[in-house]
Design a protein around this ligand. Sequence first.
Ligand code: NG6
Ligand code: CA
Length: 511
Amino acid sequence: MKKIRLAALPLAGTAAMLAGCSGDQPRRPNVIIIYADDIGYGDLSCNGTAAVSTPNVDSLAENGIRFTNSHTTSSVSTPSRYGLLTGQYPWRKEGTGIATGDAGMIIRPEQYTIADMFRDAGYATGAVGKWHLGLGDRTGTQDWNGTVTPALADIGFDYSYIMAATGDRVPCVFIENGKVDGLDPSDPIYVSYKEPFEGEPLAKDHPELLRIHPSQGHDQAIVNGIPRIGYMKGGGSALWRDEDIADSITVKAIEFISRHKDEPFFLYLGTNDIHVPRVPHERFAGRSGMGPRGDALLSFDETVGRVMAVIDELGLDDNTLVILSSDNGPVVDDGYQDQAWELLGDHRPWGDFRGGKYSAFEAGTRVPMIVHWGDMFDGVVSDALFSHIDIFASLASLAGAEIPEGAAPDSRNALDVLVGKDGTGRDYVIEQNVNSTLSVLDSEGWKYISPSDAPAIEFYTKMELGNSRKEQLYNVSSSKYEKDNCIEEFPSKAEELRKILEKETAGSKAL
Ligand code: NG6
Ligand code: CA
């Protein structure tokens, strides 16, 4: 693979392409965000520490820009996705923690989203796959047998085909444009996160009905022999088959792309891979040698390959910007006994970084990211410091859209970083862990983690959360692995970063 560090990137093609966006060309580029679930920096073979091969992702990187220093706003899904889609840091808004499957819509219709931006700019907009940002007006009040409203159409998405939350949370159905897909009215569906439904066996009482067993939690409803979080009943014909989730998402994504091939489109494609429960299609079973977690990575890779093949077949490659990334870092055991630790071998999902999903340490939010746009980039590696909070304003710039006053308040235009013209990026990024411990990482690799009383380790995931009652300072340029707290040695650096956090969080409601 030809690899060029960013300084050597030829810019002429980029400049010409971008000039085209502002008028010379009739069409603005399509945009697809492929947002993986829980895929860590080191899970993809292009990043060097994977014992599994992800050839389709690697090929995207070989003809794209591979980022080494790109961050989500948060180390869990709901807040991370909230930041991406609204351009507002999730820690500014209450109620952005990990959502239940019956949570009310966290992004309210009056809030301006990245989808609103694209819609206003004349794009067709779609969301396919994992949602996890709530639906309907209030928690627990959705009409799953009618139309769930408000829903994604009210926040900018013309089309949606989504899982309400995650694979391990009820309801285990797809929702298309606000309606449960495939529902038979004679077998209505009921969902609760408060009380079990009479007559429905629970996982905690009926281990003999399970084909996968929990390692933690996940002991409520049983759907397809898999224990879940939350209770549900009915909706038999609409229930997903876990093995088919990736195919359903891929097919609906491809259909959306095909339907809109003649107009600019924006597709937010959230994969279920590789979140738990990891039940990839039978064709992947045993193929990675790493058990279901590794097999799910192969399934993810195939989704990427299928989407890119369709882009190519439809002749859209030169006019489609693809951003591939993940919502948070990796976790090995996330609550099911799926042999993920036992079969991990040499594979290092977190790359050379410390921590993972849930963590304040780097692997929590430093995620893989690849940008691909036809043949514009050629195996470029960018070390630019980038935050997903800036995707909103950057893509607005790409689409030639104005962001209304007050919308996407934390998002800055970093299009030059995304298209490889700027190899430096932000002065700093802010990272949030599962306990809302905030960190700041600057462009020289200095990282300050604010003090927290929350636990240092979560016992069942074995995940280091990065919390400490003491303030922590590391330099992740000199050692990627945050090992020796050097705050005593560099008090003025700590002071500088602490001040940044104080300034950013001043007046913030949620903290
Ligand atoms: C945790 C779940 C975990 C996963 C996570 C959310 C248990 C024991 N653990 O509470 O399995 O669902 O929430 O993951 O229930 S995320 O990627 O959607 O943020
Ligand atoms: Ca996730």
